[in-house]
Design a protein around this ligand. Structure first.
Ligand code: TXE
Length: 493
C-alpha cells in the first residue's frame, strides 16, 4: 500500500526549477507558486515559475537543438532508442510517479498504477517504434517540359513543439504529447499545469538521465496566463499541442493564428452514455458509473450525460444510484478509497455551483449533492435524474462526479439528444443489438464511440474531438503525423 509520508518526501525532494537546455536552472527567476495537496489543503512544495526570459531561453535552446545540435541530426532509430530508455526509466520509477500523481491530483492510488503510468510507458514505447518509420512516398508525375521527373515526399519534424497539459492526468496526457513529438524529431517544451506539476519535474529528471541532448526536452512550470501565454505567443514555437478548457483553447488558437501555426486542441466534453432497453443492465450500470465517477469525474471523456431508454429508465436509475452509493470518497492513500478529491477550491466551487443549478433548474437529485464532512476538496458522487437536455447541467462540462440522467423514447431521439451538444468528444452505447451499435456509432457525432464498454486507453487508437471539444488527433498514426510536415521534392531527370 502506498504511503502518504513516502509520497510527501518524494515531493519535497524533487527539483523545483525550470528544466532548460538539459539542466534544472539554478535559482529563482522571478515568482514561485505553491503546489497544494487537494486532500489536506496543505502546501506540498513551492515551484519556481518560468518567467518570460526563461521561456525565451527554453525556446532558443530547443531551436538550437533542432537547427544546429545533435538532436536535429539524430537518426530516427537513435531517437527510438532514447525513447525506449526514457520509457524504461519511467517504468522503473512507476511507483514514485503514481504516488506523486495521487498526491498532486488527489486520485486514488490504484488509478495511476493501472491507468496513467502503464499508459505513459506504453505511449513512449509505441512512438519509439515509430521514430524510424517516418517515410515519404515516391509519386509519379506527367513530367516537366517533356522530361521525366522523380518526385517524392519527405516527412520532417514540424519544428519546436509547445505541449501544454492539464491537471487531471498530467503524466499520461504529457506522454501523449511528448512521445510523438520526440519520435518525429521535434524538440519539446512542456508546460505542466500549475496545480499538478510534480510528475513533469520527475519526467525532466529522467529525460536527462536517459540522455536526450540539451534542448530536446524542456519543462517550464508556471501559471497559464504567465508562462503558458508567453510560450504560445513565442514566434519560435512551430506547433502547439494543448489539452484544457475551451476558453483557454481559444486563447491558444488566437495566439497560434499569428504565423498560422498548427494546433492540436483537446478541450473536454459533455459525452453521452446511451443505455438502450436491451443492454445488459449490470454491465451498463457498472460501465456508466465508471464513466462518470472515475478520476472524480475530472476526465475529458467523462460520460456526464446519461441517456436511458424510457422502458428501463426507473430500474436503471436505481441501479446507478446503488453504484454511486458504493463509491468511497477519501484520501487516495487509504486502501478503501475509490474516489479522491477535486483538484482545487475553485474546481470544488465550480462543481457545487453546477449542483445548485441542477436543483434550481428542476432536475431530481437522486444521490449525493454535498461535500463529505471532512477537509479537502471533496464532493459526493452525485446523480441528477428526470433532467432535460436543455438544462445547464446537461450542456456545460462540470468536470466533477456529477451525472445527468435523461430519458429517451427511441433510437432517433437518442441520437438527436446525443448530438444536441456543443461538444463532440466521446460516446458510449450500451446495447445487445450489434446492428444498432454499428449504425448508431456512425450517426453519433463524437471523436470516439465505444460499445458495451469504454474505449480502451491504447496509444494505437487516435483521440480527439470536434466542436467545442477541439480539433486534431493525438495518439496512433494521426498523432505522429501531426508532429511532422510533408515536403515535396521533384528532380527533373
Ligand atoms: O483549465 P485551463 P482550468 C476544463 C474543465 C475545468 C475547466 C477549467 O471543465 O473545470 O477546464 O480548468 C494552461 N496560455 N478542463 O482553468 O485554464 C494551464 O496552466 C497558455 C478540461 O484549470 O484550460 C494548464 O496547464 N496556457 C480539460 C492548462 O492550460 C494556459 C482538462 C489547462 O488549464 C493559459 C482541464 C494561457 N493563457 C480542464 N491559461 C480536458 N480537456 O480534459 C491556462 N493555461
Amino acid at each position: 500500500m502506498p504511503q502518504r509520508s513516502v509520497a510527501e518526501n518524494l515531493a519535497r525532494d524533487l527539483p523545483t526549477t525550470p528544466f532548460v537546455a538539459g539542466r534544472f536552472e539554478s535559482g529563482p527567476s522571478s515568482q514561485s507558486f505553491d503546489v497544494i495537496d487537494p486532500v489536506t489543503e496543505k502546501v506540498l512544495t513551492t515551484v519556481v515559475e518560468a518567467d518570460g526570459d526563461t521561456v525565451d531561453r527554453a525556446v532558443a535552446s530547443a531551436r538550437r537543438a533542432l537547427d544546429e545540435g545533435e538532436w536535429g541530426r539524430m537518426d530516427g532509430a537513435a531517437r527510438g532508442e532514447l525513447l525506449h530508455a526514457f520509457a524504461q526509466l519511467i517504468q522503473d520509477r512507476a511507483d514514485a510517479f503514481a504516488d506523486l500523481e495521487s498526491l498532486d491530483v488527489g486520485k486514488p492510488g490504484i488509478e495511476p498504477r493501472v491507468i496513467d503510468l502503464p499508459q505513459t510507458v506504453a505511449t513512449l514505447r509505441h512512438y519509439a517504434g515509430w521514430a524510424d518509420k517516418l517515410t515519404g512516398q515516391s509519386i509519379p508525375t506527367s513530367g516537366y517540359q517533356g522530361r521525366a521527373t522523380l518526385s517524392y515526399t519527405l516527412r520532417q519534424p514540424i519544428g519546436v513543439v509547445a505541449a501544454i497539459t492539464p491537471w487531471n492526468s498530467p503524466t499520461m496526457i504529457g506522454a501523449w504529447k511528448i512521445a510523438p513529438a520526440l519520435a518525429a524529431g521535434c524538440p519539446v517544451i512542456l508546460k505542466p499545469p500549475e496545480d499538478a506539476p510534480l510528475t513533469s519535474l520527475l519526467l525532466a529528471q529522467l529525460a536527462a538521465e536517459a540522455g536526450f541532448p540539451a534542448g530536446a526536452f524542456n519543462v517550464l512550470p508556471g501559471r497559464g496566463p504567465v508562462t503558458g501565454q508567453r510560450l504560445v505567443e513565442h514566434p519560435g514555437i512551430d506547433k502547439i499541442s494543448f489539452t484544457g478548457s475551451p476558453e483557454t483553447g481559444y486563447r491558444v488558437a488566437i495566439a497560434a493564428a499569428k504565423g498560422f501555426r498548427p494546433t492540436t486542441l483537446e478541450l473536454g466534453g459533455k459525452s453521452p452514455q446511451i443505455v438502450f432497453a436491451d443492454a445488459d443492465p449490470d454491465a451498463a450500470a457498472n460501465g456508466v458509473a465508471l464513466g462518470i465517477f472515475a478520476n472524480q469525474g475530472e476526465v475529458c471523456a467523462a460520460g456526464s450525460r446519461i441517456l436511458v431508454a424510457r422502458a428501463v429508465y426507473d430500474e436503471f436509475v436505481e441501479r446507478l444510484a446503488e453504484r454511486a452509493a458504493a463509491v468511497v470518497p477519501g484520501d487516495p492513500f487509504d486502501s478503501d478509497t475509490t474516489m479522491g478529491a477535486l483538484i482545487n477550491a475553485r474546481q470544488l466551487e465550480r462543481v457545487l455551483r453546477y449542483i445548485r443549478l441542477g436543483c434550481e433548474e428542476g432536475a431530481r437529485l437522486v444521490t449525493g449533492g454535498a461535500q463529505p464532512d471532512r477537509p479537502g476538496y471533496f464532493v459526493q458522487p452525485t446523480l441528477f435524474a428526470d433532467a432535460s437536455n436543455t438544462m445547464t447541467i446537461a450542456r456545460e462540462e462540470i468536470f466533477g462526479p456529477v451525472g445527468t440522467i435523461i430519458a429517451f423514447e427511441d433510437d432517433d431521439e437518442a441520437v438527436a439528444l446525443a448530438n444536441d451538444s456543443d461538444y463532440a468528444l466521446a460516446a458510449t452505447l450500451w446495447t445487445a443489438d450489434l446492428s444498432r451499435a454499428h449504425t448508431l456509432a456512425r450517426r453519433v457525432n463524437a471523436g470516439a464511440v465505444a460499445v458495451n464498454g469504454w474505449s480502451p486507453l491504447d496509444p494505437r487508437l487516435p483521440w480527439g474531438g470536434a466542436k467545442l471539444s477541439g480539433h486534431g488527433r493525438e495518439l496512433g498514426q494521426a498523432g505522429i503525423e501531426a508532429n511532422t510536415s510533408l515536403k515535396t521534392v521533384t528532380v527533373v531527370l
